[in-house]
Design a protein around this ligand. Structure first.
Ligand SMILES: NC(=O)c1ccc[n+]([C@@H]2O[C@H](COP(=O)([O-])OP(=O)(O)OC[C@H]3O[C@@H](n4cnc5c(N)ncnc54)[C@H](OP(=O)(O)O)[C@@H]3O)[C@@H](O)[C@H]2O)c1
Length: 330
């Protein structure tokens, strides 16, 4: 095996232009880990934040960008029994995905779902782990629920829309233009609201006959926080997974009490290996069959060679994409 590899370096951070290919040593699998020869890596908005300097990796994680990969296991620690050399996997990584080789805990690897290829498989981990644990891994009567998914055209948004529909919920989503709205309805959203032209609170209340929605997945924050609280039905749940417009605002908390609302949220990356392994097991049992049957599927917007990671980040920052932006590593 090679002793050095190509990876994408982001130096001390900055604009997308700082991303460049460098040569460095292969990572070595620690106890419980496998080494993957990476075929594809997914680009995620948190990578953009890490590159810009606002989202440092957790202690012990690779400083290299990249939270998800697919590829072939080429080495493993002695204590790994779940996988063999030569197995094709996709994996959630704590970092290091923008590289020819990447380590991952064996428990965070999943098989390539039946009928999907390595490109599609690399588009799954970050979005499916995040959406499943934050929204759907809960006891709720999904067939009777109405969901509001903000940022519907994002990798996260398209995952949430499809999982919601696969579980029988009604799904409303917000997007920034007509093409994104058309795409979201084409993959199953019952209503797509262009937030630049329409008031999502009014539209969602009209759609639900003034009852409000049961669950909101939000990555926007800012003035959406109050608006989300107004839009929720009694016993509603607001899940916050990012704050693209900031995490501070003045809120009127009275409706939280009057409607018995729950407000929560989480970030995936710093969660323990055991917690993420639990999410992986749950996905394998519940969601991997949905992917194999075609009731949900990753949406790939564009694939860039690893050496064009800067262009991939610039595209993500333009927010003109619909679905996943991917890197082809080999
Ligand atoms: N908590 C977690 O563990 C976790 C894990 C992964 C991702 N996330 C978060 O989930 C969100 C989606 O991630 P992703 O990788 O799927 O991203 P993405 O594909 O880049 O999508 C983000 C989309 O959000 C919309 N948006 C709405 N308001 C925005 C604003 N103020 N600034 C920028 N975009 C805005 C944009 O579409 P419009 O044209 O519709 O505005 C944009 O395309 C990100 O915020 C990310 O940080 C959280």
């Amino acid at each position: 095996m090679k002793t050095s590899m190509r990876y994408v370096d982001h130096g001390t951070g900055g604009s997308a232009a700082v991303l460049q290919i460098k040569e460095g040593p292969l990572p070595q699998p620690a106890s419980g880990e496998v080494l993957i020869a990476v075929h594809y890596a997914g680009v995620n908005r948190p990578d953009v934040f890490q590159r810009s300097g606002s989202y440092p990796p957790p202690p012990g994680a690779s400083a290299v960008l990249g939270l998800e990969v697919s590829g072939i296991i080429v080495a493993k620690a002695d204590d790994v029994t779940a996988w063999n050399i030569g197995d094709q996997v996709c994996a959630l990584t704590a970092g290091g995905g923008y590289a020819e080789y990447c380590t991952a805990p064996a428990l965070h690897c999943l098989p390539v779902p039946e009928g999907l290829d390595l490109l599609q498989a690399a588009a799954l981990p970050e979005n499916y782990f995040t959406v499943w644990t934050n929204v759907f891994d809960r006891e709720r009567p999904w067939k009777e629920q109405t969901l509001l998914i903000h940022g519907g055209s994002s990798g996260i948004g398209l995952t949430a829309i499809q999982l919601g529909k696969a579980l029988g919920a009604k799904v409303i989503t917000t997007v920034g233009n007509a093409a994104k709205a058309a795409f979201c309805t084409s993959i199953g959203a019952d209503l797509a609201i262009n937030y630049r032209e329409q008031d999502f609170v009014q539209e969602a209340l009209t759609f639900t006959g003034k009852r409000g929605v049961d669950v909101i997945l939000d990555m926007v924050g800012g003035d959406y926080i109050n608006k989300n609280i107004w839009t929720l039905a009694p016993h509603g749940l607001l899940v916050q997974i990012a704050f693209l417009q900031g995490s501070t605002t003045q809120i009127d908390a009275l409706p939280i009490m009057l409607k018995r609302l729950t407000i929560t949220g989480s970030t995936l990356r710093p969660r323990s290996i055991a917690e993420k392994a639990g999410i992986a097991r749950s996905l394998l049992k519940t969601v991997w069959p949905m992917l194999a049957s075609g009731s949900c599927k990753p949406v790939i917007h564009q694939v860039f060679p690893l050496a064009e990671a800067a262009q991939a980040h610039a595209l993500m920052e333009s927010s003109t994409h619909i679905g996943k932006i991917m890197l082809k590593v080999r």
